[in-house]
Design a binder for this molecule. Structure first.
Ligand code: AMP
Ligand code: MG
Length: 418
């Protein structure tokens, strides 16, 4: 048996960062930028107003107050998106809207609240200024956000909504990113029925394909569903063949000792096996290997294959621990680990078989401290325990028990934002 870290190391050694491609910016959320992005323009392009108000020469406001307003002649209005045709000279002002370019001759903007605008009915040819302003007030300078020629985003950045907004502010419609991995998913088991079919006696619905495909999608990959293979080598090989253009293959089931060692045999014939059991619970039976596939233009290539356990909880937990980091590495990401917090345990937990235990817990913050309580029965078939959990409490292999009040590490699966 190997440790969780050894297993992960072996897997990560086998996966590589994928190629990059040019994609529409909105499709790149969560992907890694594969170019340095320079700006071809100033953002904003021109000096413009930060407020609705009057564009003035600041020295015309000297001595102005609510008691003794300074009156200026209004020579025009400028809205966002248009350029003022007139030039402000001493004694004059232009009514200006937020975002509108600053007219010639202007060095500051007095906001409406500091004028007698509201006392006047309709448009007026005169405005009273009610305070002194210094030069530069309420003016956003050209290029203050992004200067023309500067590097705005660097290669390796993960594109979040803010980065996508910045790309749009530069007028970029597409950007180079490391492409998303295609992850093929194959369920195995004579007992499995597709969710579109009625359920005969003795059968169960194939749920793993859907929980795993959803995980692939959540972490930025593209799931390719290969369906259900029966517990025969012929059936598994035939289905796997449809996944040979994927970047990674996941199978579920068929790896435990009682299960004809099906996936093991297939892997041994179609590629290479790397390991078989990991010192963890759930998820001890876990296969990793290489399947010989074909890439673009028929060139042979190796596809990493993870044979996850069939139990619905085990397959999800091993996905989080092994498939997720592998996918993220392929996507060019550097941070491959889920966030871990320290929490106070609320129930006693025993862990006698010297494996690392990942127990499903509900984590809550109370009085500035995290608390973790078990979701209930921890059987690996109880998939609803994953719906109540937001974290996995980690009990080390050498720790036979924890008692209420102990501090433990919890790998957070979710932060319950939604
Ligand atoms: P196995 O690893 O194939 O021995 O499967 C272990 C347990 O997980 C058995 O109870 C299976 O019925 C169940 N199981 C396997 N594959 C799936 C699946 N795709 N969906 C739901 N349950 C499954
Ligand atoms: Mg099975």
């Amino acid at each position: 048996m190997i440790s969780v870290e050894q297993a992960l190391d072996k897997i990560l050694n086998y996966v590589h960062v994928l190629e990059d491609e040019e994609r529409p910016i909105l499709e790149c959320l969560g992907q890694v930028l594969a170019e340095d992005v320079y700006s071809g323009l100033n953002v904003p392009p021109l000096d413009n107003s930060a407020m609705d108000g009057y564009a003035v020469q600041s020295r015309d406001t000297r001595g102005a107050s609510r008691r003794s307003p300074r009156f200026l002649r209004v020579i025009g209005t400028v809205a966002a998106g248009s350029i003022a045709g007139c030039e402000v000279e001493p004694g004059t002002a232009v009514r200006i809207m937020t975002g509108a370019p600053i007219p010639k001759g202007v060095d500051s903007v007095v906001m409406f609240e500091d004028t007698d605008e509201t006392q006047r009915q309709g448009s007026s040819t005169e405005i009273g200024i009610l305070r002194e302003v210094e030069a530069g007030l309420n003016i956003r300078r050209a290029g203050e956000d992004i200067a023309q020629g500067s590097m705005v985003l660097s290669q390796g950045a993960v594109l979040r909504p803010s980065e996508i907004g910045v790309l749009a502010s530069l007028g970029r419609t597409t950007v180079r990113v490391i492409r998303r991995p295609i992850v093929a998913i194959l369920a195995t088991g004579d007992e499995l029925v597709d969710i579109s079919q009625p359920l005969p006696a003795g059968k169960i619905y194939n749920s793993n394909t859907y929980s795993l495909a959803a995980l692939v999608r959540r972490y930025g990959g593209i799931p390719k569903i290969l369906g259900i293979a029966r517990d025969s080598e012929h059936s598994v090989v035939a289905k796997l063949r449809q996944g040979l253009d994927a970047d990674m293959l996941i199978t579920t089931g068929g790896v435990s000792a009682g299960d004809y060692d099906l996936v093991k045999d297939v892997l041994a014939k179609q590629g290479e096996i790397s390991f078989w059991t990991v010192r963890m619970k759930p998820g001890k039976p876990l296969a990793f290997g290489i399947i010989k596939g074909v890439g673009k233009a028929g060139i042979a290539r190796n596809i990493p294959h993870l044979g996850l356990p069939g139990n619905p909880v085990s397959s999800m937990v091993t996905f989080e621990l092994f498939v997720r980091p592998a996918m993220l590495k392929m996507m060019g990401k550097k941070n491959l680990t889920k966030p871990t917090i320290e929490a106070v345990v609320e129930n006693p937990v025993v862990n006698r078989d010297r494996r690392r235990l990942f127990a499903r817990v509900v984590v809550e913050k109370r009085n500035g401290q995290y608390f973790a309580r078990l979701t209930g029965p921890q059987g690996s078939g109880i998939l609803t325990s994953m719906t109540s959990a937001n974290g996995l409490m980690i009990i080390p292999e050498d720790k036979a028990e924890v008692v209420a009040g102990d501090i433990v590490q919890v790998m957070m699966l979710d932060w319950r934002e939604e």
